[in-house]
Design a protein around this ligand. Structure first.
Ligand code: SIN
Length: 489
């Protein structure tokens, strides 16, 4: 049954508030807790245990102890376990959606979408777990055989963001467990509750002790440094900002630790003059307004051919005007709050800076008064190149539109960023669509489509947007080593 805010708060009151280490819930070694806030009104939802470095080390001890047996479980066993977790999440869709809405703020309908998306990673990786491959081939000189086998990397630290509290975690946990790796999960401090429920499900399904460990903390830097300095840790997978990813990469270099990095974006959304404008506006709503723009694959820069720019803008403005900002549990609400005051300040600054440099506000352009971190869905036109908004990741409900006249100009401008995560192109000319998609310096391209995210697709970026791919056929490889055996016959 769908939750309202009151029943969602009752659900929170029943959740474990501790750390999950070595198959049991416990308090932090220091006894410390921290408050989790509602972004809709700033109230404290609950307090959770704040893992210390000693707790993290205990979790690593447990993960290392469990690694040998976990890595030796049969692929079928791991596959079926992941499938059971998938089923359990789907059964509890309303509970997960309520927790996501409470702690992250997205409207319930969107949170349900995240539950389906997040659960799907576990089904996808349950299917992958049972299909690990190796190879057997003659050496080129024919004298022996080249045999390859896959082995789990080992205990993995999974650091997840607040914008998709469930899906960004299952994308990592599913792959790690399917590959046979034990893991330590560090949720974003703002959104630990969704994963507390996920840990409870792992516990109910009797996942062996030490295989999954859960370590919310306010001191992420101390925790990750201690774990990454420890030779028992074999892998770190991070989703978050390029700045933090770069710090982690420096730390990982000291021990040549394997990494997967899913970092920031500055996605271009290109609309050519022959585009189906209805489809382009529909795609823009998705690429920009999914998660209130708080997504690294969000369209950050709209580049629209000058012949259709005004028509596209007017249609987009009409759609933005119909959006309703409000509390996640209000059925009328279609856009939730931003995650916190810092994010609200950043979006406000970027819009103000663009306007100071000459941009025009066509709708929105300000934060809501009152409690919570709401910012009005905003469309800006005439955004000059000097404005910060064209260079920095917005992570908010703001569409910044500029125009172009030639394909070459559009491509040059689209690629003029250090990021390269997702891009979008709308045109009816299939040759141009493919040519442009090939020329875009990004890991993912939506061609006449405003959503690229899919557990079956390899998610990841180029340039400063990251290293490695999550999901898709290759996502599991991030947690596997290839061992080569030279076999003399
Ligand atoms: C992200 O914002 O980090 C990823 C969103 C997605 O998977 O679509």
């Amino acid at each position: 049954m769908a939750h309202d805010r009151e029943s969602a708060l009752a659900l929170v009151a029943e959740l474990p508030r501790g750390l999950y280490i070595n198959g049991r819930w416990r308090e932090s070694a220091t006894g410390a807790h921290y408050p989790v806030h509602s972004p809709a009104d700033g109230t404290v939802l609950t307090e959770v245990a704040d893992a210390s470095v000693a707790d993290a080390q205990d979790a690593l001890t447990a993960a290392e102890a469990a690694q040998k047996d976990w890595g030796a479980t049969t692929p079928r066993y791991r596959a079926e376990l992941l499938r059971r977790v998938f089923d359990r999440i789907i059964e509890r869709t309303e509970d997960f959606a309520a927790l996501i809405s409470l702690e992250m703020g997205k409207p319930l309908a969107e949170a349900r979408g995240e539950v389906a998306y997040g659960a799907e990673f576990l089904r996808w990786f349950s299917e992958q777990a049972a299909h690990l491959t190796g190879s057997y081939a003659p050496a080129p000189n024919g004298g022996y055989r080249i045999v390859t086998a896959k082995q789990p990397v080992g205990p993995s630290l999974l650091i997840t963001p607040w914008n998709f509290p469930l899906a960004m975690a299952t994308r990592k946990i599913g792959a790690a467990l399917a590959a046979g790796c034990t893991c330590l999960i560090k949720p974003a401090p703002q959104t630990p509750l969704t994963l507390a429920l996920l840990m409870r499900i792992f516990d109910e399904l009797n996942v062996p002790a030490g295989v999954v460990n859960y370590l919310p903390t306010l001191d992420a830097a101390a925790q990750s440094k201690a774990l990454m300095d420890d030779p028992r840790l074999r892998k770190v997978s991070f989703t978050g900002s390029t700045g933090v990813g770069s710090i982690l990469l420096h730390q990982a270099a000291d021990r040549v630790l394997r990494t997967s990095m899913e970092l920031g974006g500055n996605g271009p959304f290109i609309v050519f003059d022959d585009a189906d404008l209805d489809a382009a506006v529909e795609g823009a709503m998705l690429a920009k307004m999914r998660n209130a723009g708080e997504s690294c694959v969000a369209a950050n820069r709209f580049l629209v051919h000058s012949a259709v720019a005004e028509e596209f803008t007017q249609r987009l403005v009409r759609r933005f005007e119909k959006l309703v900002i409000g509390d996640a549990f209000d059925p009328a609400s279609t856009v939730g709050p931003l995650i916190d005051a810092r994010q609200l300040d950043k979006v406000t600054e970027l819009v103000d800076d663009a306007v100071a440099h000459g941009a025009r506000i066509r709708v929105g352009g300000k934060a809501s008064s009152g409690a919570g971190y709401f910012y009005a869905p905003t469309v800006l036109t005439d955004v000059p190149e000097t404005a910060r908004i064209g260079r920095e990741e917005i992570f908010g409900p703001v569409a910044a539109i500029t125009t172009f006249d030639t394909e070459a100009q559009a491509l040059e401008r689209a690629n003029a960023t250090e990021y390269g995560l997702a891009g979008y192109v709308y045109t009816r000319d299939i040759s141009r669509a493919l040519r442009f998609a090939e020329g875009l310096e990004s890991g993912m391209v939506g061609v006449n489509r405003g959503l690229v995210s899919d557990p079956g697709g390899p998610f990841g970026g180029v340039k400063a947007s990251g290293l490695g791919r999550e999901g898709g056929a290759t996502g599991i490889e991030e947690y596997l080593e290839t061992k080569y055996l030279a076999v003399q016959l």
